[in-house]
Design a protein around this ligand. Structure first.
Ligand code: HEC
Length: 274
């Protein structure tokens, strides 16, 4: 009996120790709960914000990240940033695209066309890793669908998965680690508790206050640019969002009218049966 009790005490103490260890080592923090114009059943993208977000992507992020699922011409399509086709032609031409092989059998560089996709600035994966201390900058086309900002089925049902908030939080989430966490910090990585792939990230903080100048004179602190570029990346991940929402709304109106018609038809047919 005494022996059994002893075993329980030892096991209990062991469990408490384990629990203590688990709470000491941190996990990915929930994204910061900022809000956007495109949330909710009637929310739409703010075109000016998408244009600013594009500019941040182009001037900063495109130095490392591709967007292979987005074509330049998407930027002038309905429900997007609303650039004109002339503007899209001009901005596509500022990117360099690999094409070929030409008549000499070699690949060659040429300026981008509206039909091209956002290219990677690196020749291949190894070149990308070599420039980024071994880490691969992921393609950003679908990042806001791929990475949730928070977890829990009910939470996500009501608040969405928080993809744009995840991007915003990573961009603004570099912090000075505590002494304890510092001991685990790998060489060349920075502490960012919002990053999904461990607490340390290989991306240096990409934004600094005032880095990108907006044509509409909007504020350009790190916080503002992070909001704009995360909104832009919400659009790249779901360019048909506005269409989907207005279609859903029409379907509900249609079903409501159909249901009331059916109700009156039923009443009429059964009227003399009572
Ligand atoms: C100097 C190159 C560089 C620039 C510039 C850069 N990034 Fe990154 N980024 C990286 C690398 C490398 C990683 C992978 C980090 C890792 O795996 O530790 C990364 C990771 C990320 C992640 C996390 C991806 C994940 O898997 O969850 C996001 C989000 C991100 N970048 C967004 C941006 C945005 C938005 C910009 C522009 C404002 C930007 N980055 C600019 C190099 C860069």
């Amino acid at each position: 009996m005494k022996k059994m009790l002893k075993t329980f005490v030892v096991a209990g103490a062991g469990l408490m120790l384990l629990a203590g260890a688990a709470s000491a080592s941190e996990v990915q923090r929930d994204a910061k709960a900022i809000s956007y114009s495109f949330e909710g059943p009637f929310g739409t993208f703010d075109k000016a914000q998408l244009q600013r977000g594009y500019k941040v992507y182009k001037e900063v992020c495109a130095n490392c990240h591709s967007m292979h699922l987005v074509s330049f011409r998407n930027l002038s399509e309905h429900g997007g940033p609303g650039f004109s086709t002339e503007q899209v032609k001009a901005l596509a031409a500022t990117f360099t695209v690999k094409d070929g092989p030409g008549n000499d059998g070699e690949m060659f560089d040429r300026p981008g066309l509206p039909s091209d996709r956002f290219p990677s600035p690196f020749a291949n994966e190894q070149a990308a890793r070599n420039s980024n201390a071994g880490a691969l900058p992921p393609d950003l086309s679908l990042i806001t669908k791929f990475r949730p900002g928070w977890f829990g089925t009910i939470n996500q049902l009501f608040n969405g998965i928080g993809g744009p908030q995840y991007v915003y939080s990573v961009l603004t989430g570099y912090e000075e680690p505590s002494e304890e966490i510092k001991k685990e910090q790998p060489e060349g990585k920075l502490y960012n508790p919002y990053f999904a792939n461990g607490l340390f990230i290989s991306m240096p903080p990409p934004l600094t206050d005032g880095q990108v100048t907006f044509d509409d004179g909007a504020p350009n602190k790190v916080d503002d640019m992070a909001r704009d570029v995360s909104a832009f990346l919400a659009w790249t991940a779901e360019p048909k969002m506005e269409e989907r929402k207005s279609l859903g709304f029409m379907v509900i109106i249609y079903l409501a009218i159909l249901a009331s018609l059916l109700y009156f038809v039923k009443k009429k047919i059964w009227a003399d049966q009572h």
